[in-house]
Write a protein that binds this ligand. Structure first.
Ligand code: ADP
Ligand code: MG
Length: 693
């Protein structure tokens, strides 16, 4: 690994360390261990506690309060409790705290319920897509994803049951956070008494505060004007409890961040004093790979008592596995958490002293010219790198090992991450805003406006699938599509399934594609996994294969042993069963019959085609690649597809993965006649743009 600090080398060849924040070194003995204290006492130890009164005053006095505070200072877990204690949840009102990620909404709700000594779902609950754990009339604090809160606006446009809405992790600037902020600003014009709290882990929140400063705008005269809060946002900054973090850079770029991260972990374990390690990788696949490698290495360590406890952390983790991450390692052992970006700011793991930063994360990139929307492993920004390093200084002075050079940090990394709204496909966002009655999307009050190319692409697609009419108004079908908590093309597939008499099958497919993965993660057992998948494979492609898996699961009476035998994730299948119920209920509410096609796969493929025709691709004469009808991009079938190594003339696919090539994932066989049948307007044979062969 070049001149990167080699594991086991005599003296680690650290570069002169770069001070990260403050340079004071604290003798370790100065730090008290508070684990023996009661939860109540511990709660008073959070840095935010000192600001409790000021915070409550600001929230009372201002319509919007911006809270800036280091990750771990207590914003997410404490603030909602302060609000509840101060009476904001009296009279049946609710306090909402939004999170960009499902896993964060869940873990934080569990933590707060524990602190309050209640069971989750009672006074403290959470609501994420397909999973609502609250008790109406009882729940006071509700953690939910910002996407779910936006969806709630469809039934309750002014979010009238909430007294305070805290938009957490605002620095992340996810698409849904940005949209939510715009919507909340709109709601406050009608509900001036609604309090909004914007919580951010980075200092640069002035733009958000400026965005919410409506003091100069004229509001409609209100009867009790004096009692209304100030429309200039209040701002407060909570100092963290962070200690110095020494940052070490790799002297030369590392050839593989995965291998470098493994060897760096082992070196820390060998050379550094006790303290847990947090390793930042990009996605479930490389997290699993690193866990596998480290577990193998850990087993070979001489004395078990000084061993490593290696744990993964990513969004799709089961709740039991999530809880493991927060539990202290057994006496004398060192915990290594291998995580995606989740641990950057969303969840705080106690005990971390060392951080290893790969310098990469999975990011969404959308190209409106090719209309390809993909998750790509890309370099993080300097702001992200600082956040990651900061995770090491929560408990005592820590160290951060960056697997990239200082030169890369200074010259190649962007200062800030571009807001996701400016690098995303906007199809779902536009549909959602339209469903909320916001007709002029271009003039929506954006915190950062998306590109007009992306907007036009989204409008084009929504028009093509019949969701918008020529005046860009929602069609009756569009209203139905918007009812589903699914991507518009998936919802269109469901709604079309009625005409092909295969709704139960389409519901299964939609549910299977809505969970992270139905296969157990098994890096290093790829061959076994391929064999397991191949035992269900059918020539029609991945969608019908999924259906086959589900039906086999039912025939096996939903047995966990059966799942185990076939390398299928039992928990994921239980989720599928649950999601199926919810989607079926929605279809029934719309008056659809749930009539099965009894194995007529042609019907199923037609329904899939009706939803995903805009993702149609034709085999190129070379016979190994495909050409995307829309955009003309060259695509390949991903090796994880059952159609890999086969060459159907026409296919439709669900998602794209970009590495050195563009891969189609979840691919189904289709036919040019069917494409014409389901979307004659789109595949008009006389039109030059989307001609069918
Ligand atoms: P913030 O939102 O400001 O980043 P949090 O409210 O999430 O901070 O966390 C405050 C503190 O509570 C953390 O520093 C950590 O010590 C503790 N904490 C949070 N979640 C958990 C958990 N699930 N288990 C144990 N401790 C936790
Ligand atoms: Mg937080």
């Amino acid at each position: 690994m070049g001149s990167f600090w080699k594991p086991g080398s005599e003296r680690p060849t650290y570069r002169p360390s770069v001070a990260f924040r403050g340079d004071e070194e604290f003798p370790l003995g100065l730090f008290e261990d508070s684990s023996h204290l009661s939860i109540e006492k511990r709660r008073h130890k959070h840095p935010i506690y000192k600001h409790r009164h000021e915070l409550l005053y600001l929230v009372k006095a201002h319509a919007v309060t911006v809270v800036i505070g280091e990750t771990g200072c207590g914003k997410t877990t404490q603030l909602p409790q302060y609000l509840s204690e101060a009476g904001w949840a009296e009279g049946g009102r609710l306090i909402a705290c939004t999170q960009p990620r499902r896993i964060a909404a869940q873990t934080v709700a569990l933590r707060v319920a524990e602190e309050m000594g209640v069971s989750v779902g009672a006074e403290v609950g959470y609501s994420i897509r397909f999973e609502e754990v609250t008790t109406p009339g009882k729940t006071r604090i509700k953690f939910l994803t910002d996407g779910v809160l936006i969806r709630e606006m469809m039934a309750d446009p002014l979010l009238s049951k909430y007294s305070v809405i805290m938009v957490d992790e605002a620095h992340e600037r996810s698409v849904t956070t940005d949209v939510l902020l715009g919507l909340l600003k709109k709601i406050q014009k009608r509900r001036p008494e609604l309090r909004v709290i914007i919580a951010s882990a980075t200092m640069d929140a002035t733009n958000v505060a400026a965005f919410f400063d409506t003091s100069a705008e004229k509001f409609k005269a209100s009867a009790a004007k004096e009692s209304l809060p100030d429309r200039t946002p209040g701002m407060i900054s909570v100092e963290g409890r962070s200690h110095s973090v020494r940052v070490h850079y790799s002297i030369e770029p590392v050839p593989s961040y995965l291998l470098a991260s493994v060897s760096t972990t082992l070196s820390i374990h060998k050379l550094e004093p006790p303290g847990d390690i947090l390793l930042f990788l990009t996605g479930q696949d490389d997290v699993d790979a690193a866990v596998q490698l480290l577990t193998t290495e850990a087993e070979q360590l001489p004395r078990k008592s000084t061993g490593l406890v290696v744990l993964p952390l990513y969004a799709g983790l089961s709740r039991a596995d999530q809880e493991l991450v927060f539990r202290p390692a057994p006496q004398g052992r060192r915990k290594v958490i291998v995580s995606t970006n989740i641990a950057e700011t969303s969840v705080t793991i106690p005990g971390i002293v060392y951080v290893i930063d790969s310098g990469f994360s999975k990011q969404r990139f959308y190209n409106p010219l090719t209309d390809v929307d993909a998750l790509v492993v890309a370099p993080i920004s300097r702001a992200s790198a600082e956040q990651r390093a900061g995770r090491a200084g929560r408990m005592r002075p820590g160290k951060c090992f960056r697997l990239y050079s200082e030169d890369t940090y200074c010259n190649d990394m962007k200062a800030e991450t571009i807001p996701e709204i400016q690098r995303s496909n906007l199809v779902s966002t536009v549909l959602q805003l339209k469903a909320l009655g916001i007709d002029n999307i271009m003039r929506f009050d954006w915190l950062a406006p998306p590109s007009s190319e992306a907007m036009i692409r989204a409008l084009e697609l929504l028009f093509a699938i019949g969701v918008l009419d020529t005046d860009a108004k929602l069609t009756p079908l569009g209203h139905q599509v918007a009812e589903f908590p699914l991507e518009p093309m998936m919802a269109k597939m469901l709604l079309s399934s009625n005409s092909y008499s295969c709704s139960p099958e389409a519901v299964t497919i939609a549910a299977m594609l809505s969970v992270q993965s139905i296969w157990v993660s098994s890096k290093g057992r790829q061959k076994e996994l391929d064999d397991a998948r191949d035992s269900f494979a059918v020539v029609e492609g991945d969608h019908v294969t999924y259906l086959n898996v589900y039906e086999s699961f039912l025939r096996a009476k939903q047995s966990p042993q059966w799942c185990h035998q076939h390398l299928i994730n039992y928990q994921a299948m239980k989720t599928v069963v649950d999601v199926r119920k919810q989607l079926s209920r929605l279809l029934q509410q719309l008056g659809f019959s749930l009539k099965s096609c009894d194995g007529d796969t042609k019907c199923i493929l037609k329904a899939v085609t009706a939803g995903f025709f805009a993702h149609a691709a034709e085999l190129e004469p070379s016979g190994d690649s495909y050409k995307l009808v829309r955009g003309g991009q060259r695509m390949y079938i991903h090796p994880s597809s059952v159609l890999f190594r086969t060459t159907p003339k026409w296919v439709v696919f669900h998602s794209v993965m970009v590495t050195e090539r563009m891969y189609m994932r979840e691919v189904a066989v289709t036919d040019s006649d069917w494409l014409f049948e389901v979307a004659p307007h789109y595949f008009d044979r006389r039109r030059r743009s989307h001609t069918l062969g």
